[in-house]
Design a protein around this ligand. Structure first.
Ligand code: SF4
Length: 457
């Protein structure tokens, strides 16, 4: 049967979509190739959030097209995901060697279209139409990374609970590439989680573009609890599941019900990635984010009141149109006031058809670069202090497998989402282990389970 290699750009949602496509293809008899050089089919699952991500995928496909036609004349090449959705047929006009362009609501049709392309029944396929209930079709798992992995059993898994976003932040292309919010039903998600736990998964991360808006339109609040909190409660019931995470939430979604859930659902770990984007009210308003700096700080305060050990990370955009030095300084000061452990920092990138792309006072690249650098320095210094403060403390980790940098060691994650590397044995994989933190590296902790778990040795 034909072999497929999938290369994924962008966010965890894309990783999850690629995994589901891989699992669907394997179920249809395809095998997953270890590299593009030996594959019969190469698929690029693309990201449109920044121009750089699009340029990378376009460059990669141009290189593949040249190389493929020389080395493997029959190789099928395809674009999936956000850029496929936003550019459609234009991609084939630009790169005529591309055979398949599959949008974000059509992942489940990959096998059918590839069968046809490989058998010569179709010449080219472009399918970027909307499809009802496509949100319920991302449910198959490979449980060894993106399907190009090594076959080791995964301890953690991602579960897609919804697609799309209605927030319409002025910088964001996601509402155009992923469409309106569509949520899966609770029993369907719970069944998928149960199946994963039966296969050995201990930690589940719920995924969506705006998870805190889960089920808003279709599932009424009950006892003052939003649909999202009702979903967390239902998943919390699953026996054998140890930890629940979710990403990405929206600050507006941290109502009292969600904050309170942290206090009473022990499997909901004390970790939150809450994208703030800017520390300036003026910029937040221009971004159409729907909260103020004060409200954001209030959320952090309430979360820490319930779980003092809460690890909080965020996303920032620097150089948004019209961002002044004063606005930027408010972002800098928010780092300290919020006590973030880490942040993803992005330079503003104008995206086609988004309101911010045509706003006046677009900043030059040098200014964005300079602010990116300054924010990174402040964030790194604070991150180092916060990681250092954990040295000497005892933390529970879930052991995921070999460390990426040094496979002779193992790595696990604390409940507050920090990576801990330690000397261990393969039998530790999948275990919850208490370790003593002995030192820190750059956003990595090093631990010693021997000190605390002598009976384990
Ligand atoms: S909430 Fe997130 S996904 Fe939705 S428009 Fe804003 S940035 Fe984009």
């Amino acid at each position: 049967m034909p072999s497929v290699y999938i290369k994924t750009y962008g966010c965890q949602m894309n990783e999850r979509d690629s995994e589901a496509v891989a699992a669907q293809l394997v179920a249809k008899g395809y095998s997953m190739a270890g590299s593009e050089h030996v594959a019969d089919v190469v698929l690029l699952n693309t990201c449109s959030v920044r121009d750089m991500a699009e340029q990378k995928a376009l460059g990669k496909m141009a290189a593949l097209a040249g190389q493929a036609r020389k080395e493997r004349p029959g190789q099928v090449l395809g674009f999936l995901g956000c850029m496929a959705q936003s550019r459609g047929r234009e991609l084939i006009d630009r790169l005529p060697d591309v055979d398949l362009v599959l949008g974000t609501q059509k992942f489940h049709r990959a096998a059918e279209y590839l069968d046809d392309l490989l058998a010569g029944r179709r010449d080219k396929v472009v399918d970027v139409a909307e499809e009802e209930h496509s949100e319920a079709r991302i449910r198959e798992h490979v449980l060894n990374g993106n399907g190009n992995g090594n076959g080791e059993q995964a301890v953690t898994a991602f579960v897609s609970i919804m697609q799309g976003c209605n927030q319409r932040c002025t910088f964001c292309i996601v509402p155009f590439t992923r469409g309106e919010e569509r949520s899966r039903i609770i029993p369907d998600i719970v069944a998928e989680c149960r199946e994963l736990v039966a296969r050995g998964v201990k930690e589940i991360t719920l995924l969506g573009q705006i998870v805190t808006s889960y089920g808003k339109r279709d599932i009424p609040a009950s006892d003052g609890k939003s649909a999202f909190v009702q979903l967390l409660e239902a998943i919390h019931e699953i026996e054998g599941l140890e930890r629940i995470r979710f990403t990405s939430p929206h600050p507006k979604g941290y109502g009292d019900d969600l904050v309170e859930a942290y206090g009473r659902l022990p499997k909901l770990v004390e970790s939150a990635h809450i994208p703030v984007q800017s520390g300036s009210d003026r910029v937040l308003k221009a971004m159409h984010r729907g909260y103020t700096r004060e409200r954001f700080l209030g959320i952090i305060q309430r979360l820490r009141a319930v779980r003092p050990d809460m690890g909080i990370t965020t996303d920032f955009i620097v150089g948004f149109p019209g961002e002044t030095e004063e606005d930027f300084e408010q972002t800098l000061s928010l780092v300290g006031e919020s006590g973030f452990d880490n942040a993803f920092i992005f330079r503003y990138s104008p995206r086609k058809d988004t309101p911010a792309a045509t706003m006046p006072n677009q900043l030059p690249e040098e200014a964005k670069e300079e602010r990116n650098h300054r924010l990174l320095e402040v964030m790194n210094a604070q991150g180092a202090r916060r990681y250092q403060a954990l040295v000497g403390q005892r933390r529970q980790i879930l052991v995921e497998g070999p460390s990426k940098k040094n496979p002779a060691r193992l790595m696990g994650r604390t409940r507050c989402n920090k990576i801990v590397v330690f000397e261990g044995a393969d039998r530790h994989r999948g275990q919850l282990l208490d370790v003593k933190i002995t030192r820190t590296g750059s956003f990595t902790l090093y631990g010693d389970p021997a000190i605390l778990n002598l009976d384990e040795q």
